[in-house]
Design a protein around this ligand. Structure first.
Ligand SMILES: C[S@@+](CC[C@H](N)C(=O)[O-])C[C@H]1O[C@@H](n2cnc3c(N)ncnc32)[C@H](O)[C@@H]1O
Length: 211
């Protein structure tokens, strides 16, 4: 099985995405994340930490748990839950013993979790072949008032999938406040040797608060 970044970014729907991550879960950390020097989870974690927000936190599209691991490495102690629709990715995440709970959910649909989160963080889930802005209202529905969001959105899909318009609309409707965008590199220098097409990818970390 030859799973990798190129295939992941070309996924065309939820069924294809689920099948892809079923096979990618086993070597996602040791292959993709390590070889591409995947910096994005640490960037999102540092950005969330800098807000001073607490927990409980939901890691959205948690995958194998790299973002929660980065938060823990930075000293974040409150509960973190993982939400992802891939059972195989969640199984890897659970093995790391960093999550209070792991939940199999499709974030493009209404999410069957209580409104209990003071923070919602995400790295790598809002990208090509993955999830668009249709998930944002579902995430707001499980966020406490004033909950802090830190969501990475790949530059390639920022306008192409309408994240710019969706976030502006939510701000105009006063459903979110304090919107800030922080641009970061997705990968480190080592990525150029592995995948020249994506090595220079950048993401915007959308920081905002639920109303
Ligand atoms: C590139 S991985 C990122 C994983 C992790 N956050 C990281 O940075 O390593 C994208 C994750 O989004 C999940 N995902 C994709 N579509 C989803 C959906 N509709 N609902 C929930 N999770 C989804 C995939 O299963 C996968 O684990």
């Amino acid at each position: 099985m030859d799973q990798g970044l190129k295939g992941a970014l070309g996924l065309t729907g939820p069924e294809a995405c689920l099948a892809y991550y079923r096979d990618w879960a086993a070597n996602y950390d040791s292959g993709f994340a390590s070889e591409m020097q995947y910096l994005l989870p640490a960037h999102v974690a540092a950005t969330y930490m800098a807000t001073g927000a607490g927990g409980p936190v939901l890691d959205v599209g948690a995958g194998t748990g790299l973002l929660a691991q980065a938060l823990r490495d930075m000293g974040f102690r409150p509960d973190i839950d993982a939400a992802d629709f891939s059972a195989e990715m969640l199984e890897r995440a659970a093995q790391k013993n960093i999550y209070a709970g792991t939940f199999r959910v499709d974030i493009t649909q209404p999410i069957d979790l209580p409104r209990r989160y003071a923070g919602l963080v995400s790295s790598g889930t809002f990208t090509a072949g993955h999830v668009g802005p249709e998930a944002l209202p579902h995430l707001l529905a499980i966020a406490l008032p004033q909950a802090q969001f830190a969501l990475s959105i790949n530059r390639r899909v920022w306008q192409a999938r309408g994240f710019d318009v969706a976030l502006d609309d939510l701000a105009r409707q006063a459903r979110i406040t304090d919107l800030q965008l922080i641009e970061v590199e997705v990968y480190g220098a080592a990525a150029a040797r592995i995948d020249a097409d994506h090595a220079a990818d950048r993401a915007l970390i959308a920081l905002f608060r639920a109303a």
